[in-house]
Design a protein. Structure first.
Length: 276
């Protein structure tokens, strides 16, 4: 074995994902677009901010929080991963360690009870994070957390608790980056395009066309995987768990996730064991 590179499902070398914050009514329109274009996204919810059932917002209000009932109906679909955004969207790094843990565990418990599944991802409220908070999140079972620090690049994270996105949807560079991403043919490490934002911004800025133009550009490609944040995290971890013999000829996959690998230019799917 001379060269070995991770590949995404079906041998693809690129992946696109989305991350949107704050559980507002406008999320439904983005979810409809994800369905229309065959894509997936992660929505970071604030259960302590759910609106009361029957809440009516004044005409022109763009920041319309969903109710718990709306959240259950809106986000419980295969195109969506639900993730944590703090129980009350606090400035987490200003809190004590105990307060950090209390807020995060409250968020997890409420969302997990509502959706009936383990919810281990997160986006940092206000983008605030530090090393102490990362340690607390790890102890609370959070495996990744998104920042607001755009890289304008396509690399997978080195530290999953500092997962920097490619760019915000309002970035001037969005469509140029999309063009570059669609055209690239990775020969070694796989590439990721990660878009983040808030859906109320589309309504406030009257620019829903921006995200739909982006989706039109990157969707429907045979060489791109469309995944949630957690699907990417779990896939990469499954790849990293591969057990390779000393001579490199036997590869055992202990995970439940089939993993694709390119070895010396040939694609292999490893479900249980591969002997070269």
């Amino acid at each position: 074995m001379n060269k070995k590179f991770m590949r995404f499902p079906k041998g693809k070398a690129k992946v696109v994902t989305f991350s949107y914050d704050d559980c507002v009514e406008e999320d439904q329109r983005l979810i409809d677009l994800l369905k229309k274009y065959g894509m997936k996204g992660t929505f970071n919810l604030i259960p302590g901010w759910f609106a009361e059932e029957g809440t009516v917002y004044p005409e022109g209000e763009t920041y319309r929080l969903v109710t718990e009932g709306m959240a259950k109906k809106m986000y419980d679909t295969k195109e969506v991963e639900v993730s944590n955004h703090g129980d009350c969207h606090k400035f987490m790094t200003s809190l004590s360690t105990a307060e950090m843990a209390d807020d995060m565990l409250a968020c997890r418990k409420k969302l997990e009870a509502l959706f009936g599944r383990n919810i281990r991802g997160m986006a940092y409220p206000y983008g605030w994070y530090n090393e102490e908070l990362e340690k607390v999140l790890a102890m609370c079972g959070i495996v990744y957390s998104r920042t607001v620090c755009s890289t304008y690049e396509f690399e997978l994270p080195d530290n999953w608790l500092e997962w920097h996105p490619t760019c915000h949807h309002d970035a001037d560079e969005l469509m140029d980056l999309a063009e570059e991403f669609v055209r690239m043919k990775p020969q070694d490490t796989p590439k990721l395009f990660y878009v983040w934002g808030h859906t109320f911004e589309f309504e406030r800025n009257d620019n829903w066309d921006v995200i739909e133009e982006f989706m039109k550009k990157v969707s429907g490609k045979d060489d791109i995987w469309y995944a949630t944040n957690m699907e990417i995290y779990e896939y990469v971890k499954a790849y990293e768990s591969l057990d390779i013999s000393a001579d490199g000829r036997r590869i055992v996959n202990p995970s439940k996730i089939p993993v694709w690998v390119e070895i010396d230019g040939t694609l292999y799917e490893i479900k249980d064991e591969l002997v070269l």
